[in-house]
Ligand binder design. Structure first.
Ligand SMILES: *[C@@H]1O[C@H](CO)[C@@H](O)[C@H](O)[C@H]1NC(C)=O
Ligand SMILES: *[C@@H]1O[C@H](CO)[C@@H](O)[C@H](O)[C@H]1NC(C)=O
Ligand SMILES: *[C@@H]1O[C@H](CO)[C@@H](O)[C@H](O)[C@H]1NC(C)=O
Ligand SMILES: *[C@@H]1O[C@H](CO)[C@@H](O)[C@H](O)[C@H]1NC(C)=O
Ligand SMILES: *[C@@H]1O[C@H](CO)[C@@H](O)[C@H](O)[C@H]1NC(C)=O
Ligand SMILES: *[C@@H]1O[C@H](CO)[C@@H](O)[C@H](O)[C@H]1NC(C)=O
Ligand SMILES: *[C@@H]1O[C@H](CO)[C@@H](O)[C@H](O)[C@H]1NC(C)=O
Ligand SMILES: *[C@@H]1O[C@H](CO)[C@@H](O)[C@H](O)[C@H]1NC(C)=O
Ligand SMILES: *[C@@H]1O[C@H](CO)[C@@H](O)[C@H](O)[C@H]1NC(C)=O
Ligand SMILES: *[C@@H]1O[C@H](CO)[C@@H](O)[C@H](O)[C@H]1NC(C)=O
Ligand SMILES: *[C@@H]1O[C@H](CO)[C@@H](O)[C@H](O)[C@H]1NC(C)=O
Ligand SMILES: *[C@@H]1O[C@H](CO)[C@@H](O)[C@H](O)[C@H]1NC(C)=O
Ligand SMILES: [Cu+2]
Length: 629
């Protein structure tokens, strides 16, 4: 072989290694029937449904031209789990990292996949749009054909899981955020789907090792997943490769990913069930006709009958992800520089609608993307006030070790997601209920389980009912990052905070400057790209006119009162005419349940006290070792 020929090959190889993948996508509507029982409008990509999977190689550049083809709603695209280092404006969160994309407008998402590999996904970050189908898998190979992957396998297969509704978000969301739904009962899905269908038959070869990438693209319920008479080895979680752990069941919340090695049997005489099961504890009501278990087929033999439902004795024997060990064996981060303690609660405000709160604050978006505020505020970017009081923003210093202590005062489970990072999972406490004693149980710094030596790293972690978790990460990725519940309904209820990480570091990096496309999308909807949360660039501390949450319920007129009022009205209405409000109608003891719900933690009934609305913790006297918020 001649030398220049070899040189040519090498050059073209390096080109191959840093390929650019261009996607030109326009949103729209089409009809689809994923669960096989009901055709409904879904969000399409260039007229098609489902949205395509993206597969790239680590180091590649991705260009997504996303055109808003809707005539009346805005849109956006988030690439879940990607760090977007030095590239915060590609994170796709409207009013934090970009302006919402208005009808007819195109936003260019332009980034290289620098430091992530494994199973990810993408979805709209606008108003629960991904529950209408605007989502897909995003797989990143480590090396050509994933050759650097630390585990051997024969074939790779993606398997997406989700819940499915027959109604559109445009119908569900206003019903959910309504005075007629004072307890915040989430819409009940009609089915579980797999790969955007049901009754899937996955034809496998015997004696073969599959790298199975299981991705929950759903926006609400967690699912149990198992395969009849088959064990599998979990090897990657949320893009983090881990020490092999053998199990026969996983529990996967909205937005989580589990990659497992499945070795098929030699005997091809029959087929085996692939099972998905609702975590029905997350459903406020369980309609009689809701199929809680969905059966698909691991098909060895197409002449034999497809698999029938498989049963397990206990649903509690799933793999506990908390005990997984990343292959990287990163040591536990040291004591934090900053600790943010967040109490989660759900409650009503004076509108009668049920909201979700971190420390009594329900997230309300600013009028100007927070990233634009960072970029235009100069030295004042380090002051959390300029991002607005109701965005619940915290400023992190460069390389801070950040600890988030999350106390769940609510009786539900919540999967929390941090943008821009994976975090170490230090504590996840068990479920608490009244039978055990006083509830809820917040994290107790002087009495807790031992921290793991090599904590698990991931980007979505659930907290148990009335329980707590503790996570840590290092603030080494300058950007404005959202931390929120990944249940879309709860995000719509305001369960989010904003972390403004190393704002001066953002300003110092020219690649963070708003691209022409970013600016054009702002201009198209007349949104300012400078100034504080209300777009004031004359005085960054003048927040006059900032959007804030509704008032708390006045003293003497309790949440219970509102519930009672709604019910007397509702009873009147029901006497005259039959209306169907999901979640209310199926319940037999509606009123009792609601009152009971309301009484669970009367302490969370909000009072007119806004003193907690300031995140500017003053450092008192002697420099504390940990900045507590
Ligand atoms: C994307 O597709 C549209 C419609 O086909 C076309 O007008 C536009 O030029 C394309 N944009 C790019 C960047 O390819
Ligand atoms: C799955 O099977 C059910 C019957 O059990 C059927 O009603 C439904 O249409 C099927 N769905 C698909 C997508 O095949
Ligand atoms: C906007 O699009 C929706 C859904 O495709 C359609 O029903 C509606 O008529 C459109 N409205 C206008 C003003 O074009
Ligand atoms: C994408 O970003 C890179 C790096 O900033 C830039 O060089 C390139 O021109 C951009 N691509 C497009 C199509 O704008
Ligand atoms: C699931 O769908 C993906 C495309 O999204 C496809 O690549 C994969 O093979 C499907 N998996 C199975 C088991 O059919
Ligand atoms: C399956 O068959 C292969 C050869 O075809 C053999 O090497 C292997 O041991 C068999 N596995 C089992 C579990 O019997
Ligand atoms: C596949 O199933 C059919 C029908 O049950 C059976 O006759 C056949 O022997 C099976 N094939 C193998 C390879 O086990
Ligand atoms: C659903 O699966 C669980 C666990 O296997 C089982 O106990 C339950 O009976 C199943 N429900 C139905 C309706 O099949
Ligand atoms: C596997 O998971 C179990 C708990 O589910 C845990 O006890 C064990 O330490 C884990 N082993 C490895 C190697 O991760
Ligand atoms: C939330 O409000 C309640 C009632 O005013 C108060 O007791 C509690 O301390 C507040 N919680 C936080 C974290 O600010
Ligand atoms: C920061 O705020 C102070 C106080 O309002 C103001 O004097 C100063 O000019 C501001 N700096 C910038 C860069 O806007
Ligand atoms: C911005 O703040 C200045 C100084 O407080 C004030 O005079 C001005 O009216 C504000 N601008 C807007 C648009 O609110
Ligand atoms: Cu939640």
């Amino acid at each position: 072989m001649n030398f220049s020929y070899l040189f040519c090959i090498l050059v073209s190889l390096s080109w191959v290694n840093a390929a650019t993948h261009t996607f030109n996508w326009t949103t729209g509507w089409t009809l689809a029937n994923p669960d096989g029982v009901f055709e409904r409008p879904v969000i399409s990509c260039n007229g098609e449904f489902p949205w395509p999977d993206i597969r790239v190689q680590k180091g590649d550049r991705v260009l997504v031209y996303l055109t808003n083809g809707f005539n009346d709603t805005q849109t956006s695209m988030h690439f879940h789990g990607l760090f977007q280092n030095g590239n915060n404006q590609m994170d796709g969160v409207p009013l934090l990292t970009q302006c919402p994309i208005g009808p007819g407008q195109t936003f260019l998402y332009n980034f290289t996949v620098e430091s992530n590999s494994g199973a990810y996904w993408y979805h709209s970050h606008t108003e629960a749009q991904y529950e209408d189908g605007m989502r897909g898998a995003f797989i990143i190979d480590d090396g050509e054909n994933n050759e650097n992957y630390p585990y051997e396998y024969d074939e790779e297969v993606v398997l997406s899981l989700s819940e499915w509704y027959h109604d559109n978000v445009a119908t569900l969301l206003p019903q959910f955020l309504s005075i007629f739904n004072p307890t915040g009962a989430e819409p009940i899905p009609q089915n579980l789907i797999i790969n955007d269908t049901r009754n899937l038959s996955w034809e496998v070869r015997p004696d073969t090792t599959y790298l199975l990438r299981i991705i929950n693209l759903g926006g609400f319920v967690s699912q149990y997943f198992w395969i009849e008479d088959h064990e599998f080895d979990v090897v990657e979680v949320d893009g983090i490769t881990v020490e092999r752990n053998t199990t026969n069941m996983i529990y996967i919340t909205s937005a989580q990913r589990y990659t497992v090695l499945l070795h098929t049997r030699n005997d091809t005489s029959r087929n085996y069930a692939i099972m998905q099961k609702f975590d029905d504890t997350m459903l406020d009501v369980i309609p009689d006709d809701l199929e809680l278990n969905a059966t698909s087929s691991l098909t060895y033999n197409t002449s034999a009958p497809l698999a029938e439902q498989s049963y397990v004795d206990s649903i509690d024997d799933f793999l506990d992800d908390f005990y997984l060990v990343p292959l990287s064996r990163d040591a536990l981060l040291p004591e934090p520089d900053i600790r943010i303690t967040l109490d989660v609660a759900m409650d009503n405000l004076v509108t009668g609608i049920n909201y979700a709160f971190f420390n009594n604050i329900t997230y309300v978006a600013p009028l100007v993307p927070a990233l634009a505020t960072v970029l235009s505020a100069g030295e004042n970017a380090t002051n959390p006030e300029i991002y607005g009081s109701n965005t619940h923003s915290f400023v992190l210093d460069e390389d801070d070790v950040v600890e988030i202590v999350l106390n769940n005062l609510d009786t539900g489970k919540h999967p929390f997601h941090l943008h821009g990072h994976v975090f170490q999972t230090i504590i996840r406490d068990r479920t608490y209920d009244d039978a055990i004693g006083e509830v809820p149980v917040p994290f107790n710094e002087s009495d807790h389980a031992e921290y793991p030596q090599y904590p698990m790293l991931r980007d979505v972690l659930y907290v148990n009912p009335q329980s707590n978790f503790v996570i840590r990460f290092r603030a080494d990725n300058p950007g404005v990052w959202f931390f929120h519940c990944h249940i879309e309904w709860h995000l719509a209820q305001g369960l989010a905070i904003v972390l403004v990480e190393d704002p001066l570091g953002i300003q110092a990096n020219s690649s963070q400057e708003l691209t022409a496309s970013s600016q054009a999308v702002c201009n198209a909807i007349n949104m300012p790209i400078t100034g504080n949360a209300v777009g004031n660039s004359t005085d960054f501390f003048n927040l006059a006119g900032e959007p804030v949450q509704p008032n708390t319920i006045p003293t003497g007129f309790t949440a219970k009162g509102i519930v009672a009022m709604v019910f007397s009205c509702l009873a009147g209405v029901l006497g005259l005419i039959t209306i169907t409000i999901y979640g209310l109608m199926e319940q037999t003891h509606v009123e009792e349940d609601f009152i009971e719900d309301m009484m669970i933690d009367p302490a969370t009934v909000l009072e007119e006290d806004d003193s907690s609305n300031s995140n500017t913790a003053e450092k008192s006297g002697a420099e504390p070792t940990v900045r507590e918020y």
